[in-house]
Design a protein around this ligand. Structure first.
Ligand SMILES: *Cc1c(COP(=O)(O)O)cnc(C)c1O
Length: 199
């Protein structure tokens, strides 16, 4: 990743926030931002960062703990929950029962809408039983299959929003650099953006 510049990141971040609107939390997906450069994001005014790996989360939090609110957006293994618990305010990507049993922070359930076995996430039909077992779940998250056209994500986002509504869940984490506008139109309350912020 090229060296980040706080002025450029601030400009992109403010434009994104402005377009997404005040109801939407912009989570900067920082998996490709090296530890040494994360300070640039704080300087740029970024408030919430999302990390994919517990190890990176721990290292980055140790250095910049107070500068951000920390979310976890990657696949969460149960043996990593103890790292995440004291550091994060929200886990977006819960899909393991053993992790759910140990988790003490609020979480969103990751739903696999495409049915591809290679994808993380639980089946849409199982959302109800997850909520019965784990009442701490605040909402749903999904990661659509890669596509060139952001419109390709719309049916999945709409379906996720309907599922959340049907279960009385308030939070919807959907949309990345490529399709966040469509996600916001379909009711996203959190968007997870990396490349479009960092250029
Ligand atoms: C990397 C990542 C994102 C952001 O993707 P961009 O295309 O860089 O915006 C969002 N969600 C998850 C789970 C990610 O791993």
């Amino acid at each position: 990743m090229a060296l980040l510049n706080a002025t450029d990141v601030r400009e992109r971040y403010l434009r994104l926030r402005d377009e997404a609107g005040p109801e939407v939390t912009v989570v900067a997906a920082t998996k490709y931002v090296p530890l040494e450069q994360l300070g640039v994001l704080a300087e740029a005014g970024v408030e919430v960062v999302g990390e994919n790996r517990a190890q990176d989360l721990a290292a980055k939090h140790a250095r910049y703990g107070d500068a951000f609110r920390w979310h976890f957006i990657g696949h969460l293994q149960s043996n990593k929950v103890k790292v995440v618990n004291p550091l994060c305010e929200l886990v977006h990507s819960l899909d393991s029962e053993s992790a759910a049993r140990k988790l003490t922070v609020p979480a969103l359930l990751e739903v696999n809408l495409s049915g591809e076995a290679s994808k993380s996430g639980v089946a849409p039909e199982s959302v109800g039983s997850w909520l019965e077992r784990f009442p701490g779940i605040r909402g749903l998250m999904t990661m659509p299959p890669l596509a060139d056209d952001p419109e390709a994500s719309r049916p999945g986002f709409r379906r996720l929003a309907e599922l959340a509504r049907a279960h009385g869940l308030a939070e919807l984490s959907m949309g990345t650099s490529q399709d966040w506008r469509v996600a916001v139109e379909e009711g996203a309350t959190l968007i997870r953006v990396g490349s479009t912020l960092f250029g």
